[in-house]
Write a protein that binds this ligand. Structure first.
Ligand SMILES: [Zn+2]
Length: 252
């Protein structure tokens, strides 16, 4: 099986449509192909998030869970941080960063792409309010999971509003904030598992949060997890400023 075949059958495999022999054939490819492995990891990560939000529709084969878990452990062993840096951040927040770069592999990263697409289009908001609860309420009847929106009190970001966006055909919450003369776009998606592996990204721990920093089409995209959600914030701000924002994000 080559990468093109693996790509073609990826979703069918994740949906549990393969028998044992077919599964082991594609798993054999994942074992030796980091690019396809990252794809399957991402799809599984996203599906599990959706599964949590909407249990009856999605199931993932146990063999896949085992394969991905195994793969992740192997990768963790291989990754050796080459630098340990103290990143600039709000004075009260101690930030340790274990920084390393992923190998350069071109694969699609739907949440990153969706973030930048929404950030750059000018479609009006469906709901406008500076109140996170009011904006979150708007989403309750329109998307399948409960949305919690952050407040940025120390960094003084003001919520502008939001609308429904799509990620892999699933409706997700898109909101925008402004402050420091800039606009910041956030996609709030379901994400119970760890953050996906994204090529050419930097991973760090900020205020006990796992954070992934990457760039797409010239924009900075920073992902972090809180509760059972994953948030991606897109802006043209500096990396250290956005890391400060993530450290400042609070949920009432
Ligand atoms: Zn491959």
């Amino acid at each position: 099986m080559n990468c093109r075949d693996a790509d073609k059958y990826l979703l069918a495999y994740i949906d549990g449509e393969f028998d044992g022999a077919e599964s082991s054939e594609i798993e054999q490819h994942f074992k030796f192909c980091p690019a396809c492995r990252r794809k399957v990891e991402f799809e599984l990560w996203f599906k599990r998030g959706v599964k949590t939000a909407n249990p009856p529709e999605v199931r993932a084969p146990a063999s896949l869970r085992a394969a991905v878990h195994r793969t992740y452990r192997e990768e963790q062993v291989r990754r050796i941080p080459w630098a340990l840096k103290l990143a600039p951040a709000a004075a009260v927040v101690l930030v340790f960063a274990w920084i390393f770069f992923q190998p350069s592999i071109d694969i699609s990263m739907p949440i990153v792409e969706a973030s930048v697409d929404r950030h750059t289009d000018n479609t009006p908001f469906d709901v406008q309010s500076p109140d996170p609860k009011q904006v979150a309420d708007y989403f309750t009847t329109r998307i399948k999971y409960a949305v919690r929106l952050p407040q940025f009190r120390h960094t003084n970001l003001e919520l502008l509003g939001g609308r429904v966006a799509t990620l892999r055909d699933a409706p997700v919450a898109y909101v925008a904030y402004q402050g420091n003369g800039r606009r910041y776009s956030i996609i709030a998606a379901p994400g119970l598992d760890r953050l996906p592996v994204i090529p050419e990204s930097v991973r760090m721990r900020v205020n006990n949060r796992d954070v992934v920093i990457t760039r797409h089409n010239g924009f900075l995209v920073v992902l972090w997890r809180a509760g059972d959600m994953v948030y991606s914030i897109t802006s043209n701000d500096d990396e250290s400023e956005v890391v400060d924002l993530v450290a400042d994000a609070e949920f009432d």
